[in-house]
Ligand binder design. Structure first.
Ligand SMILES: [Mn+2]
Length: 342
């Protein structure tokens, strides 16, 4: 049977656009269907020639980064708490590496899906408190952890939230949406109504990366050093199924360039065990080969295995960890086997 693509029919001057940008009119139509409308939008979409947005535009960004800076200078114990999926693991990795670079006393915690469930909970706050942690930094979760955060505040901890999920709300008597305020010391989430960041569709790792840009500038660390994290932002953006337009498209494009010459031993090992060592890595590989390997752990074991792989400093050990993750992913595939989802 012949396959047919049916294109939505949004109006635009496809022939004019095609001629101007040297593309096929059908491509112009596909792009238009992604809500890319003006010539300026087309230019940005096709050629990616624009500066990424200024991270300072994000609400509470400066406040949150300064709180972490002070905590680092005062050598307070900081714990990063993420989610267990690929976006969570990537966010956690980015923040952990960056805070370590700033000489922070920092560790990380990823919830175990079976034991802890999704995101930060009161047990994890208590556990951090008992470990002498004074500052909690969340990524890819935290916006809806209102009670655990209130609990942490009662225990005298500082809480900085970075997230990209929707802001929790209730309807008031008149049926109007009422957002439930968080008592965290800083809430960085571009989905907040009063946040003026122009592109709220970043993934958790995207927000974390923006945070690192600001943190590095506070420590006078060269901005170029943040680029080593782009491959992880790209991985998270694709695996969290974010819209691949606007800033996300640029982040993924640049991240793929980084990934193709990655210096991260864990990532190199993961490429090698998936027989991708000499191949050009594209978005497909992020979403369908590498991502599932990193994700397999959140389901069957603790996602910490995946983070440990990315932090591994010895290549032979990294290879062993890579094999282990790949095997776990195979096991998961066996367990969830069905025709059509292989
Ligand atoms: Mn996410």
């Amino acid at each position: 049977m012949e396959k047919k693509w049916i294109l939505r029919n949004k109006k635009a001057d496809f022939y004019g656009l095609a001629e101007k940008f040297h593309i096929d009119p059908v491509i112009a139509r596909v792009i238009r269907n992604r809500e890319i409308v003006t010539e300026e939008d087309f230019e940005r979409y096709l050629n990616g020639r624009f500066e990424l947005y200024d991270p300072h535009q994000m609400k509470d960004m400066d406040k949150g980064a300064n709180l972490i800076k002070t905590a680092i200078q005062e050598q307070k114990k900081i714990r990063i708490i993420s989610d267990y999926d690929v976006d969570g693991i990537m966010s956690n990795y980015i923040l952990y590496k960056a805070l370590t670079r700033c000489k922070a006393k920092v560790d990380y915690r990823i919830p175990d899906r079976l034991v802890d469930g999704y995101g930060m909970n009161e047990n994890m706050v208590r556990e951090a408190y008992n470990d002498g942690v004074q500052v909690l930094l969340t990524c890819d979760n935290g916006i809806s952890a209102l009670l655990p955060i209130a609990y942490a505040k009662n225990l005298g901890m500082t809480v900085v939230v970075t997230d990209h999920h929707d802001i929790p709300f209730e309807y008031d008597e008149t049926g109007k949406k009422e957002y439930t305020p968080s008592v965290a010391d800083a809430v960085i989430d571009p989905k907040q109504e009063d946040c003026s960041y122009p592109f709220p569709q970043l993934c958790g790792a995207g927000v974390a990366w923006k945070f690192v840009q600001v943190l590095y500038s506070l420590f006078d660390i060269d901005e170029g050093e943040t680029e080593e994290f782009l491959e992880f932002v790209a991985m998270a953006t694709v695996c969290d199924v974010m819209e691949l337009r606007d800033e996300n498209r640029i982040l993924v494009k640049r991240g793929l360039e980084e990934l193709n010459r990655t210096g991260n031993l864990g990532m190199r090992a993961l490429l090698r065990v998936n027989e991708l060592g000499n191949k050009k890595i594209e978005a497909y590989h992020l979403g369908f080969v590498l991502g599932p390997c990193l994700n397999s752990t959140g389901r069957l074991e603790n996602a910490k295995l995946a983070l440990d792989l990315l932090l591994e400093k010895d290549y032979d050990r990294a290879l062993k960890r890579g094999e282990q993750l790949k095997a776990l992913n195979e096991e998961r595939k066996e367990m969830t086997w069905c025709a059509g989802c292989h």
